[in-house]
Design a protein around this ligand. Structure first.
Ligand code: PLP
Length: 408
């Protein structure tokens, strides 16, 4: 029989959201008369913005004509989208990113999962705790960690995000090669200010580490003093790769489009000790293993950079941020210590006891689904996450139902 990748055996059996789904199913089976309000998974709820729909339709129609039909496109993305991204996401904010440094893909999940493939197997990784689980699990699958014990994998340098550090981790106290950072953060909703990012960039440049910066929630930043991109920090072109997504700003979780920026300055070391361009490696990986995002999807994505499209995206993110503010205000009134909700669509709340017990309480007593912090790492224990991706009506009803649990 075929031998399997033994590293998969180290993965923790239950993926967070499958366990939540199991508990929710059990609750629903015993409570057929109660309507659940789901504030767990970070999926968007609102329809696609009109400009993206119109561009999507028009591109499908174009593909139905002999002159407009397109087969395989450039794996890295069509120039019209790469150029629009470089100009609007970066040029407009004073960052120097060229269109050919932008790699369009079908999701930041895949990109942040696949990127580790271009680095050596014995790379030391630094990963925040709590964390978006993809960064960690994909390194486990690749054999970059030891066994799992007491909530942690051997060989990983964990960056603790705690109430004491405002959920923005301190620099590692040992050498690392690869550093995963995500701001605005999932799951905590915490943001890093310019001074914190400057420290990370300085550390990476001095030590020769590479930062993988996930800015999937950049469009939710409302405080203009906060950087939306790592490239707003001087020197980041020499030490950082950035992931961005159309999932949360344009509601594309079901459409699928994202991009990764790999500046040409970035260098690694080859087996002979000579420098190797990371841009060239990622280009090789991307073109070998990926065949490009559908043309109509790229047209739909590019529509968010038109004046109408950008106003629609602003309105869409404002819609969710209004929910986030309501949640945060109420939790604060109830005396709960929490972060997020001001520049991110997530609120991270300290709770008494174990987070899975609190999850069960909120489910049983309020009929509201949250995400237990322990599912995101050891430091997530004692916290739950609420997502603002919902309708205002649901948020109001959830607040009413949750008040006795949170305020009690
Ligand atoms: N990065 C973070 C931090 C996320 O929270 C998510 C989705 O929830 C993703 C990436 C995935 O984005 P995409 O839908 O582009 O795969």
């Amino acid at each position: 029989m075929i031998r399997t990748n033994s590293h998969y055996g180290k993965l923790q059996a239950s993926y967070l959201f499958s366990e939540i789904a199991k508990r929710v199913r059990a609750f629903e089976a015993g409570n057929t008369d109660r309507r659940l309000i789901r504030m767990g998974i970070g999926d968007v709820t609102e329809p696609l913005p009109p400009s993206t729909r119109a561009a999507f339709h028009a591109a499908v129609d174009e593909m139905g004509t002999r002159g407009g039909f397109r087969g395989y496109g450039p794996e890295q993305g069509y120039p019209f989208l790469r150029e629009a991204i470089a100009a609007h996401e970066y040029g407009a904010r004073g960052c120097n990113i060229a269109a050919d440094e932008v790699f369009v893909s079908d999701g930041s999940k895949c990109d942040s999962a696949n990127i580790q493939e271009i680095f050596a197997a014995d790379t030391t990784i630094a990963i925040p705790d709590p964390v978006y689980p993809v960064y960690l699990d994909t390194n486990v699958m690749a054999g970059r960690t030891g066994a799992y014990a007491n909530g942690r994998y051997d060989g990983v340098v964990y960056l603790d995000c705690t109430p004491e550090n405002g959920y923005v981790p301190a620099l590692p106290d040992q050498p690392v090669d690869l550093i995963y950072l995500c701001f605005p953060n999932n799951p905590t909703g915490a943001v890093a200010d310019r001074a914190s990012l400057e420290k990370w960039v300085a550390f990476a440049r001095e030590s020769g580490a590479l930062i993988l910066y996930d800015a999937a929630y950049a469009a939710f930043i409302r405080d203009d003093s906060l950087p939306r991109s790592i490239y707003e920090i001087e020197g980041a072109r020499e030490c950082a790769i950035e992931f961005r997504s159309f999932s949360k700003n344009a509601g594309f979780t079901g459409v699928r489009c994202a991009f990764t920026v790999v500046p040409k300055e970035l260098q690694g070391t080859g087996p002979d000790g000579k420098p190797v361009s990371l841009h060239a490696l990622w280009n090789r990986r991307h073109t070998t293993k990926f065949n490009g995002v559908a043309y109509p999807v790229q047209r739909a994505a590019a529509a968010i950079y038109t004046p109408e499209g950008s106003a629609e995206v602003k309105a869409l993110t404002d819609f969710y941020m209004k929910n986030a503010r309501r949640l945060r205000e109420s939790l604060t009134q109830w005396g709960r210590a929490c972060v997020g909700g001001d520049n991110a669509p997530y609120i991270w709340i300290q709770v008494e006891g174990r987070s899975w017990d609190f999850f069960d309480r909120l489910l049983n007593e309020a009929g509201v689904v949250c995400t237990p912090g322990a599912g995101f790492g050891k430091c997530g224990e004692g916290h739950v996450r609420l997502s603002a991706f919902n309708s205002p009506e649901n948020v109001e009803e959830a607040l009413e139902r949750m008040a006795p649990v949170f305020a009690g």
